[in-house]
Design a protein around this ligand. Structure first.
Ligand SMILES: [Zn+2]
Length: 280
């Protein structure tokens, strides 16, 4: 391969959004690979563990469609979106809701085993303050997910409160407790916490803003880049556009030779190592 691949490590697509059109825009900008993350969809209201599976099918279907209709390679990650614990607990009580989220983790792991997804994600805990017992239940669910990742040999993509060196240390020790390699823990929507002191071995998926990218590069090359593109037609421009990662990586390709090697590292070596996939 002579052309540097360009991967956005975290995007969403929605059935009522631009989906395939957005992926074409990514392709036109020079993008080659996408990590499509599952999210709750309006099309499936989740009231039970079974509903998660119906909802995962939407993500997998969108990835398949994009793989058929564009030349971008779309991988996907599935898992119970952490915030759903709250409405499920209101409906069924916390213990039952927790059990449903655990089962949803197991369904996600089964899809990874079948090769339909490459990792469990995005999972974790609510990004806003919640009752102590909700946080405790979220951590139990997350630990269960990590244990399943260890068994399957896949990565886990974490949604949580804003990343600080302390939260990443906490995620790293949770992984240690179940024997999951810290390098298989991806912190989505991460600040440029690129040094080992800052991330404790967790893989940061850095938001591809100009300033965060520059800061990340100044610290090292062990990170992934993402936009967290939402494909939400009601909130255009709410997050970074889908052509942002290609734009950032391209700034490396026109630079000195050393920078091209950095591009290879971020776009190929890092994701291959984390996800056990082949980027070609
Ligand atoms: Zn996301």
């Amino acid at each position: 391969m002579t052309q540097v691949p360009i991967l956005d490590n975290h995007i969403h697509l929605q059935p009522q959004g631009r989906n395939v059109e957005a992926v074409r825009e990514f392709q036109k900008a020079g993008g080659t690979h996408l990590m499509l993350s599952h999210m709750p969809y309006d099309q499936v209201q989740v009231h039970s563990a079974e509903d998660f599976v119906l909802s995962y099918d939407i993500t997998i279907g969108l990835a398949e469609r994009c793989n058929r209709e564009t030349s971008v390679k779309v991988f996907c990650t599935v898992g119970p979106y952490p915030v759903l614990l709250i409405p499920l607990a209101e409906e069924h009580g916390l213990p039952k809701a927790k059990e449903m989220m655990m089962r949803a983790m197991e369904s996600a792991a089964a899809l990874v085993r079948e090769g339909k997804a490459v990792a469990i994600g995005e999972v974790g805990r609510p990004h806003f303050p919640v009752a102590e017992e909700v946080m405790a239940a979220s951590n139990e669910i997350l630990s269960h997910g990590m244990r399943l990742c260890k068994e399957v040999g896949c990565a886990i993509v974490i949604h949580s409160e804003s990343a600080t060196p302390e939260t990443l240390a906490d995620l790293a020790s949770m992984a240690d407790r179940v024997g999951l390699d810290r390098g298989k823990v991806v912190k989505h929507f991460c600040a440029p916490l690129v040094t080992a002191d800052e991330n404790h071995g967790v893989m940061p998926s850095v938001l591809a803003s100009k300033s965060a990218f520059a800061e990340a590069l100044g610290k090292g090359h062990r990170f992934l880049l993402e936009t967290d593109f939402m494909d939400d037609p009601t909130r255009p421009g709410a997050v970074l556009g889908i052509s942002t990662v290609p734009k950032r990586i391209k700034t490396l390709l026109t630079g000195e030779k050393g920078l091209q090697e950095v591009a290879w590292k971020i776009s190929k070596d890092n994701p291959e190592r984390v996800y056990g996939i082949e980027i070609e």
